[in-house]
Design a protein. Structure first.
Length: 196
Protein backbone atom coordinates (compact mmCIF):
# COMPACT_ATOMS: atom_id res chain seq x y z
CA UNK A 1 0.00 0.00 0.00
CA UNK A 2 2.82 2.32 0.86
CA UNK A 3 4.44 1.68 -2.54
CA UNK A 4 1.17 2.50 -4.32
CA UNK A 5 0.89 5.74 -2.33
CA UNK A 6 4.47 6.75 -3.22
CA UNK A 7 3.87 5.83 -6.86
CA UNK A 8 0.66 7.88 -6.92
CA UNK A 9 2.38 10.87 -5.32
CA UNK A 10 5.24 10.58 -7.83
CA UNK A 11 2.81 10.52 -10.77
CA UNK A 12 0.84 13.51 -9.44
CA UNK A 13 4.07 15.41 -8.73
CA UNK A 14 5.42 14.58 -12.22
CA UNK A 15 2.19 15.73 -13.89
CA UNK A 16 2.17 18.93 -11.81
CA UNK A 17 5.75 19.72 -12.82
CA UNK A 18 4.98 18.97 -16.48
CA UNK A 19 1.89 21.16 -16.49
CA UNK A 20 3.69 23.98 -14.69
CA UNK A 21 6.56 23.81 -17.19
CA UNK A 22 4.16 23.99 -20.14
CA UNK A 23 2.36 26.94 -18.60
CA UNK A 24 5.59 28.86 -17.99
CA UNK A 25 6.88 28.29 -21.51
CA UNK A 26 3.61 29.33 -23.15
CA UNK A 27 3.44 32.72 -21.44
CA UNK A 28 3.29 35.55 -23.99
CA UNK A 29 6.50 37.49 -24.51
CA UNK A 30 6.60 41.08 -23.29
CA UNK A 31 5.84 43.61 -26.04
CA UNK A 32 9.44 44.85 -26.15
CA UNK A 33 10.63 41.33 -27.04
CA UNK A 34 8.24 41.02 -29.97
CA UNK A 35 10.04 42.54 -32.92
CA UNK A 36 8.30 42.49 -36.27
CA UNK A 37 10.37 41.25 -39.16
CA UNK A 38 10.68 43.56 -42.18
CA UNK A 39 8.14 41.51 -44.14
CA UNK A 40 5.70 41.35 -41.26
CA UNK A 41 2.11 42.23 -42.10
CA UNK A 42 1.84 44.05 -38.77
CA UNK A 43 4.86 46.21 -39.60
CA UNK A 44 3.48 47.15 -43.02
CA UNK A 45 0.05 47.84 -41.51
CA UNK A 46 1.66 50.18 -38.96
CA UNK A 47 3.50 51.91 -41.80
CA UNK A 48 0.25 52.36 -43.72
CA UNK A 49 -1.30 53.99 -40.66
CA UNK A 50 1.68 56.31 -40.11
CA UNK A 51 1.90 57.38 -43.77
CA UNK A 52 -1.79 58.27 -43.63
CA UNK A 53 -1.79 60.20 -40.34
CA UNK A 54 1.41 62.17 -40.88
CA UNK A 55 0.21 63.33 -44.28
CA UNK A 56 2.72 61.91 -46.76
CA UNK A 57 -0.02 61.97 -49.43
CA UNK A 58 -0.52 65.70 -48.90
CA UNK A 59 2.70 66.52 -50.77
CA UNK A 60 3.92 63.29 -52.37
CA UNK A 61 0.72 62.24 -54.16
CA UNK A 62 -0.48 64.03 -57.31
CA UNK A 63 -4.11 65.14 -57.08
CA UNK A 64 -6.94 66.26 -59.31
CA UNK A 65 -9.93 68.36 -58.39
CA UNK A 66 -13.04 66.36 -57.64
CA UNK A 67 -16.53 67.30 -56.42
CA UNK A 68 -15.27 67.56 -52.82
CA UNK A 69 -11.88 69.12 -53.58
CA UNK A 70 -8.49 67.55 -54.31
CA UNK A 71 -8.51 63.78 -54.80
CA UNK A 72 -5.57 61.44 -55.26
CA UNK A 73 -5.01 60.38 -58.84
CA UNK A 74 -5.42 56.60 -58.98
CA UNK A 75 -2.19 54.86 -59.85
CA UNK A 76 0.07 57.81 -58.92
CA UNK A 77 -0.06 57.62 -55.14
CA UNK A 78 3.18 58.75 -53.47
CA UNK A 79 4.96 59.18 -56.82
CA UNK A 80 5.84 62.86 -56.29
CA UNK A 81 5.58 65.79 -58.66
CA UNK A 82 4.71 64.34 -62.08
CA UNK A 83 7.62 64.68 -64.51
CA UNK A 84 5.04 65.26 -67.26
CA UNK A 85 3.62 68.36 -65.55
CA UNK A 86 4.80 71.82 -66.59
CA UNK A 87 7.00 73.74 -64.17
CA UNK A 88 5.29 77.02 -63.45
CA UNK A 89 7.26 80.14 -62.64
CA UNK A 90 6.45 81.46 -59.15
CA UNK A 91 5.59 85.08 -58.48
CA UNK A 92 8.97 86.40 -57.26
CA UNK A 93 7.47 89.68 -56.00
CA UNK A 94 5.07 87.83 -53.66
CA UNK A 95 7.81 85.52 -52.44
CA UNK A 96 9.94 88.58 -51.59
CA UNK A 97 7.02 89.79 -49.45
CA UNK A 98 7.28 86.55 -47.44
CA UNK A 99 4.69 84.41 -49.19
CA UNK A 100 5.16 80.74 -50.00
CA UNK A 101 3.39 79.37 -53.06
CA UNK A 102 2.14 75.84 -53.57
CA UNK A 103 1.08 74.04 -56.72
CA UNK A 104 -2.66 73.31 -56.78
CA UNK A 105 -2.02 69.63 -55.94
CA UNK A 106 0.65 70.57 -53.32
CA UNK A 107 3.43 68.55 -55.03
CA UNK A 108 5.67 71.60 -55.49
CA UNK A 109 6.37 74.65 -53.39
CA UNK A 110 8.17 77.94 -53.98
CA UNK A 111 9.62 80.23 -51.35
CA UNK A 112 12.89 81.88 -50.32
CA UNK A 113 14.68 78.53 -50.92
CA UNK A 114 13.58 78.47 -54.57
CA UNK A 115 11.19 75.84 -55.93
CA UNK A 116 11.12 72.29 -54.61
CA UNK A 117 9.30 69.28 -55.97
CA UNK A 118 7.93 66.36 -53.94
CA UNK A 119 10.00 63.21 -54.39
CA UNK A 120 8.80 59.86 -55.61
CA UNK A 121 8.67 57.69 -52.48
CA UNK A 122 7.29 54.51 -54.06
CA UNK A 123 9.40 51.35 -54.33
CA UNK A 124 10.34 52.06 -57.94
CA UNK A 125 14.03 52.60 -58.78
CA UNK A 126 13.13 56.23 -59.53
CA UNK A 127 11.81 56.45 -55.97
CA UNK A 128 13.20 54.67 -52.92
CA UNK A 129 13.41 51.23 -54.56
CA UNK A 130 17.22 51.13 -54.37
CA UNK A 131 17.50 52.70 -50.92
CA UNK A 132 18.66 50.79 -47.90
CA UNK A 133 16.79 51.11 -44.63
CA UNK A 134 19.73 53.18 -43.32
CA UNK A 135 19.46 55.62 -46.24
CA UNK A 136 15.78 56.10 -45.44
CA UNK A 137 16.60 56.77 -41.77
CA UNK A 138 19.28 59.31 -42.81
CA UNK A 139 16.92 61.08 -45.19
CA UNK A 140 14.20 61.48 -42.57
CA UNK A 141 16.34 61.97 -39.44
CA UNK A 142 19.02 64.22 -40.92
CA UNK A 143 17.09 65.69 -43.84
CA UNK A 144 19.57 64.47 -46.45
CA UNK A 145 18.69 64.01 -50.13
CA UNK A 146 18.51 60.31 -51.05
CA UNK A 147 19.76 59.49 -47.57
CA UNK A 148 23.33 60.39 -48.52
CA UNK A 149 25.30 61.81 -45.57
CA UNK A 150 27.10 64.26 -47.88
CA UNK A 151 24.01 65.02 -49.97
CA UNK A 152 22.20 68.33 -50.07
CA UNK A 153 19.59 69.11 -47.44
CA UNK A 154 15.96 68.31 -48.13
CA UNK A 155 14.00 71.45 -48.92
CA UNK A 156 10.77 72.87 -47.52
CA UNK A 157 8.01 72.00 -47.09
CA UNK A 158 9.47 68.63 -45.98
CA UNK A 159 8.95 68.68 -42.18
CA UNK A 160 12.35 67.25 -41.26
CA UNK A 161 12.35 68.78 -37.77
CA UNK A 162 9.10 67.01 -36.88
CA UNK A 163 9.79 63.75 -38.69
CA UNK A 164 13.26 63.44 -37.14
CA UNK A 165 11.48 62.66 -33.87
CA UNK A 166 9.91 59.45 -35.20
CA UNK A 167 11.10 56.30 -33.46
CA UNK A 168 13.22 53.68 -35.21
CA UNK A 169 10.21 51.36 -35.17
CA UNK A 170 8.02 53.99 -36.83
CA UNK A 171 10.60 54.79 -39.50
CA UNK A 172 11.12 51.09 -40.18
CA UNK A 173 7.35 50.60 -40.55
CA UNK A 174 7.07 53.55 -42.94
CA UNK A 175 10.04 52.34 -44.99
CA UNK A 176 8.63 48.84 -45.46
CA UNK A 177 5.15 50.16 -46.15
CA UNK A 178 6.42 52.53 -48.86
CA UNK A 179 8.25 49.64 -50.48
CA UNK A 180 5.00 47.65 -50.47
CA UNK A 181 2.85 50.21 -52.34
CA UNK A 182 2.61 49.95 -56.13
CA UNK A 183 5.84 51.24 -57.67
CA UNK A 184 5.46 54.20 -60.02
CA UNK A 185 8.19 55.24 -62.44
CA UNK A 186 8.54 59.01 -62.11
CA UNK A 187 11.51 61.36 -61.81
CA UNK A 188 10.39 64.74 -60.46
CA UNK A 189 12.34 67.82 -61.59
CA UNK A 190 15.43 68.96 -59.70
CA UNK A 191 14.94 71.91 -57.34
CA UNK A 192 15.21 75.36 -58.80
CA UNK A 193 17.43 77.78 -56.85
CA UNK A 194 15.89 81.16 -55.92
CA UNK A 195 18.10 83.07 -58.36
CA UNK A 196 16.51 81.26 -61.29
Amino acid sequence: MRIRLLAGISIVLGLTIALFSCGVNSQPKPADEEKASPDSAALVKRGDYLVSVIGCDDCHSPKQMGPKGPELIPGLRLSGYPSSSPVNKPNAAEIKKGWVMLAPDLTSASGPWGTSFAANITGDETGIGNWSEQQFFTAIRKGKYKGQENGRNLLPPMPVVSFSQLTDEDLRAIYYYLRSVPAVENVPPAPIPPAQ
